[in-house]
Design a protein around this ligand. Structure first.
Ligand SMILES: C[S@@+](CC[C@H](N)C(=O)[O-])C[C@H]1O[C@@H](n2cnc3c(N)ncnc32)[C@H](O)[C@@H]1O
Length: 199
C-alpha cells in the first residue's frame, strides 16, 4: 500500500474503534478523495464490484429506496440503479469532486448529495437497502436509516487488501449489536462482501 492507502487504513481502523475520531480524519481524507476523483475510475479493475453483484443476486425482491454511502464516483449506486430500474437510488459523499464525476456518469438516474455518513440527512428507516463500497462504516447511522427488514451491504473490492477494509467479524459484531441478523458473505474476483438484514 502507498502512503495514502496506509493513511486510509489507519483512519478506518481508528474510526471503527472510536467514531468520534472522524473529526480528525475528515478534512485530510476529503482532500485526498477530491484529488483522486479524476483518476478514480481508471484505477478500478473490471471485476471490482463483482462481490456487490453476488450479494444482490440473493435478494428475494427488488429494493424500493436505496442509499449508497461513500458513493465516490457512484459506481455501486449506478450498478444498483441499473439492476433495479424502479428503485429510487441516492448516493452521498463528502467529496464534491467525486460527486462531480458520479453525476457525469449517472445522468439523472441517481440523486447525488453531499453528506457525511457520520450524520446522514435522512429520517429514521428511510431505506430498505444501504450499500457501502470500500467505505468506513458509521454503524449507528447505518442502523438508524435502515428500515425494518431492510438490508445493509458492505463490499471491499480487494478483500482484506482493500485500504478501507473492515473484517467481517467486526462487521457482524457491530451490526448484531444494533439488531441486524441473517449475515451472508460472498467473494468474487479479489473482492468480498457481507449482507445483513435488520430485524
Ligand atoms: C474508497 S472510496 C470508495 C468510493 C466508491 N464507493 C467505490 O467503491 O468506488 C471512499 C469514498 O467514501 C467517501 N467518504 C469517506 N468517508 C465518508 C463519510 N464519513 N461520509 C461520506 N463519504 C465519505 C470518500 O470521499 C470517498 O469518495
Amino acid at each position: 500500500m502507498n502512503f495514502g492507502q496506509r493513511f486510509a487504513r489507519l483512519a478506518t481502523d481508528a474510526v471503527v474503534r472510536r467514531p468520534s475520531l472522524w473529526r480528525l480524519f475528515r478534512g485530510p481524507l476529503r482532500r485526498t478523495f477530491d484529488k483522486l476523483a479524476p483518476v478514480w475510475d481508471h484505477q478500478r479493475s473490471p471485476d471490482a464490484f463483482a462481490p456487490v453483484q453476488s450479494a444482490l443476486d440473493t435478494l428475494d425482491g427488488p429494493p424500493t429506496r436505496v442509499l449508497d454511502v461513500g458513493t465516490g464516483t457512484g459506481s455501486v449506486a449506478l450498478l444498483v440503479a441499473e439492476r433495479f430500474p424502479a428503485a429510487e437510488v441516492v448516493g452521498v459523499d463528502v467529496s464534491e469532486r467525486m460527486l462531480e464525476q458520479a453525476r457525469q456518469k449517472a445522468r439523472d438516474r441517481v440523486r447525488f448529495e453531499i453528506a457525511d455518513a457520520e450524520r446522514l440527512p435522512f429520517p429514521d428507516g428511510s431505506f430498505d437497502l444501504v450499500t457501502l463500497g470500500n467505505m468506513i462504516p458509521f454503524f449507528d447511522e447505518l442502523a438508524r436509516v435502515t428500515a425494518g427488514a431492510g438490508r445493509v451491504l458492505f463490499a471491499f473490492s480487494a478483500g482484506p487488501e482493500t485500504p478501507i477494509y473492515v473484517p467481517s467479524d467486526t462487521l457482524r459484531r457491530e451490526l448484531a449489536a444494533r439488531g441486524f441478523a441473517e449475515f451472508a458473505e460472498f467473494s468474487a474476483g479479489r473482492g468480498t462482501s457481507l449482507l445483513a438484514t435488520k430485524r
